[in-house]
Design a protein around this ligand. Structure first.
Ligand code: HEM
Length: 478
């Protein structure tokens, strides 16, 4: 494990907390909040000779995210042996660094460019209409599972041209379990915890199965004709060009794209619908904008581009409840970070959640206030739901197109009344902040603005909801 030291003149100010590193994966937000409160912008969690370094300020985010020579990506701590399926399925953008990373970004950038986005519009509209065809006013739906299933289907259609809900669901579950296991074993590698190491063999088996499913997907994709464009067909075309992507490389890219895309978008949807339902004035203003700005049932790309308040709502939802709550790098060379000197091999964590909740950057930072976007223009390192710098999310424009379009379609027809008394929990699993409970909501007509519903659960520790959203034991007794 790495060594580190403070710069000589600042030795007294070494921002170290001595505690078990397992505190961090157990409850990342609580752990980071405590470190931030105690040490400020830079903190170290240390357990014997093992440590995790945390940065919480825009300046330090900037350094960690832009200096890609010193701070390498290591999303998957466990890569497996050279010939293993684990090595191949982790061989995508998230694992690459240096020239290899730059080359892959060049190849993938065309597939996700703003220019190509209108091609995906019809698929996004069709799948959202299919979802709504299954819904009826008065039904109670769990927004969490609805959005996860919806995004599995959407992601497998947009990425792979595959409109097969059962396959998408199987693949999605397989990928989620594998990502989670990677994270557990990765943390184990970091902190040498024996209970994690035992899971290593299972991880390798999961990677074998996953690779097999991705290869079946390729066979199926090549045997079908695709009328609308999808990411995989564009990548297959790139294979034929000078880019020379091998099937093996494509296996890694396809796996990691799916993994990076579907839960992040699903969680963003769930939180945005929940926050809208709990803030009637915001819902009212948004409805007015949608009524005035979208003439038919299906919004056009041009109409969507003009929906400013919708944009503020999504930005604010991703600020206060960022689906990617934190991410990490590993130092590849000796480097000075703030007041400390790090040697190679030191893990460094930056956090969207903590940065976005800083009171010096955002007034009433824990509250959901879309109107703030009328006057604020945070820098790329103050507001970073999609990361920032050379590794910023390559799928961000696609994700935004999906969210803007599908949200508009859904809200033109339905509003969501959260079932009063529900317990709504949110937690960071792997690196993602998502609901860990159901979010039961009654489907109501879009002519009705839902009331704020009293709810209990860990949601209250994540975002400050309006007074009517607090479910007390007094209410329960009544
Ligand atoms: C709301 C949805 C999404 C959120 C919140 C999100 C968030 C992020 C964040 C924070 C990063 C940077 C991680 C880091 O710096 O360590 C990232 C990277 C990435 N995302 Fe997304 N993402 C979303 C949707 C998507 C979609 C739809 C795709 C693909 C179709 C995608 C593909 C990727 C890839 C490939 C990377 C790695 C980029 C690189 O290392 O160069 N993401 N995403």
């Amino acid at each position: 494990m790495s060594e580190f030291s403070s710069l000589p003149m600042l030795r007294a100010a070494l921002p170290v907390t001595h505690a078990s590193l397992l505190q961090f994966p157990e409850d990342p937000i609580d752990c980071m909040r405590q470190l931030h409160r105690k040490h400020g912008d830079l903190a170290v969690l240390e357990d014997q000779d093992q440590r995790l370094v945390f940065v919480f300020s825009p300046d330090l985010n900037h350094q960690v995210l832009s200096d890609t020579n010193a701070f390498h990506s290591r999303f998957f701590a466990v890569r497996g042996s050279r010939k293993s399926a684990q090595r191949r399925v982790t061989a995508g953008l998230l694992s690459q660094n240096g020239a290899e990373h730059r080359d892959t970004r060049r190849i993938l950038k065309d597939v996700f460019s703003k220019k190509i986005l209108p091609n995906y519009h019809a698929t996004i509209c069709r799948l959202t209409s299919d979802l709504m065809a299954e819904w009826q006013i008065g039904q109670v739906k769990d927004l969490n599972s609805e959005m996860v299933q919806f995004m599995l289907r959407m992601t497998s259609s947009l990425l792979f041209g595959l409109d097969d809900a059962a396959f998408a669901s199987r693949l999605g579950q397989m990928i989620d379990r594998w990502v989670h296991r990677n994270h557990e074993v990765g943390m184990g590698a970091l902190v040498s915890a024996s209970q994690f190491n035992q899971k290593y063999d299972e991880l390798l088996q999961m990677a074998d199965q996953l690779e097999e499913s991705i290869q079946q997907l390729f066979i199926r994709h090549r045997s079908e004709t695709h009328e609308t464009p999808n990411v995989l067909s564009l990548l297959f075309q790139a294979q034929g060009s000078h880019h020379q992507l091998s099937d093996e490389q494509l296996t890694g890219h396809a796996t990691l794209l799916f993994a990076a895309a579907h839960l992040t978008t699903a969680h963003t949807f769930s939180w945005t619908l929940f926050l809208l339902a709990q803030h009637p004035q915001v819902m009212h203003r948004l409805q007015q904008e949608l009524n005035a700005g979208v003439k038919g049932e299906i919004p056009t790309v041009e109409e969507l581009d003009r929906l400013t308040y919708l944009d503020w709502v999504i930005r604010e939802s991703m600020r206060v409840m960022p689906a990617s709550a934190y991410s990490q790098r590993i130092t590849a060379e000796p480097v000075t970070l703030g007041t400390i000197r790090l040697s190679p091999g030191t893990p460094v964590v930056f956090s969207q959640y903590i940065t976005h909740h800083r009171g010096d950057l955002y007034v009433d930072s824990d509250r959901f206030i879309p109107e703030r976007w009328e006057t604020i223009t945070p820098s790329a390192y103050e507001y970073l739901p999609f990361g920032a710098g050379p590794r910023m999310c390559i799928g961000a424009p696609l994700a935004m197109a999906e969210i803007r379009t599908a949200l508009t379609l859904l809200l033109k027809r339905f509003h969501f009344q959260i079932v009063p008394g529900s317990m709504v929990n949110g937690q960071v699993i792997s690196t993602m902040l998502g609901p860990t409970s159901t979010i039961p909501a009654t489907l109501v007509s879009s002519e009705k603005i839902p009331d704020t519903a009293p709810v209990s659960g860990t949601i209250h520790g994540l975002v400050e909801l309006p007074p009517g959203a607090h479910y007390s034991s007094r209410l329960r007794a009544a």
